[in-house]
Design a protein around this ligand. Sequence first.
Ligand code: UTP
Length: 475
Amino acid sequence: MLEHVRSRLREFGQEHLLRWWNELDDPALAALLASIDRVDFALLGQLFQQSKDAPAAAESLRQKARRATPPAGLIRQPRSTADKAEWQAARDCGAALLTAGRVGAILVAGGQGTRLDFPHPKGMFPIGPVSGKSLFQLLAEQLLARGRRAGVTIPYYIMTSDATHDETVDFFRTHNSFGLDPNDVRFFQQGSMPAVDATTGRVLLAGKGELSQSPDGHGGMLSALASSGLLDDMRKRGIESLYYHQVDNPLARVCDPEFLGFHSLRDADVSVKVVAKRLPREKMGVAVDVDGQTQIIEYSDLPDDVAAQRDDQGEIRFWAGSTAIHVFSRTFIQRLVDQRTDLPFHIARKQVSYLDDAGQVVMPATENAFKFERFIFDVLPLARKTLVVEADRETEFNPLKNKTGEFSPPDVQRSLMALHRSWLRVSGVDVADDVAVEINPLFALGPEDIAARLTDLRQIESALAGSQHGVHVTD
Ligand code: UTP
């Protein structure tokens, strides 16, 4: 076995991976051999080659961005009476789909959350501004509430990775799946990709018996769904539409009926929610059309002068920043899987610690490695029809990304509290800006739920009046 693996490694110039084999005990050696066996070295070689051509590839993406136009299949926030009627029709359609049990939810939670620097899966981060509830809990409770409203259970398909799987599954188990039926919470695990040295293309070792690996990007969802068998589960449950969201945005309106409804009424394969960028160079992917095909262009591929363009009204021309909230038709995902669609890998230069030839762990001062990730938005150009729907940025988008500053815990909590205060104010509750407020999703999913609960409103008012530390509005 060892010799067989060694000769395969030699073929690809990767025999250093066995350098420390005789220092490993049997289980550690077996684990190393198994992880080597899972690596597609031919693919890694191709990707490394591509990384050398990366400047040319980036240039061609930037050329492509010059042909971009604002997306044609677009629904903006409602302004006129006619718009409002259209949004109401979408809401009714989405509600009917939910009630008929045609909707499932996909949560991607396999990322390493390096920028946040939290020693657990990001979904476990305690973000509730008053309750301290985790991101997982706030999202799962929304799903539970949405299902109760519709009189159904909405299955939750949660993607994890080697980096997050065990802790995530354990967290759901110890919290009784936050009230969801465990049979309706289905975990599936994405793959990993090794990091390679940016000069030599050799796979980095994280330890004497361990390759340096990281999750293969949220686009790994396609192959992970395919190998999990969960597409069959979805089909058997009669699911048609999949609401896709990421673990870091607690403002996402999980399975919101308008978005589901528009997707269905417009007969789209994929829909994407966008919000208005605040600045032309903001680091968000933008939804655009290129050669008649809707797609997301990464901010790094959008040339400065294109990003700076304004329309006749003086608005940013490429304003439609992606929130990474989607609806996918199940049949579309199934078609991609049946056709064995391979999404492209994006290559990123990163700082990655590694074991050097002397067996010492080195933390490099500069970017020393390439990492390879697939992005889910690369399915957009494969769709027959794509729809872009505008959401209100203040109320639907503020993902937890960073330790400090924008998209940091205090920033996200501020948004959540501002949103919940606004719901109370619509119902006439007087709440000051400096009072910490959080509304349990099981109490209300939006302002419309609060207005109906007049007795509760009086209690909330007195709780607010007597509160020192903030109020968690709950049943
Ligand atoms: P990000 O691209 O923001 O990555 O993921 P991240 O891991 O959360 O954070 P950084 O970049 O390391 O700081 C956006 C969403 O995609 C998921 C994340 O869990 C998050 O919900 N994701 C990302 C995956 O599920 N798998 C991946 O391989 C990468």
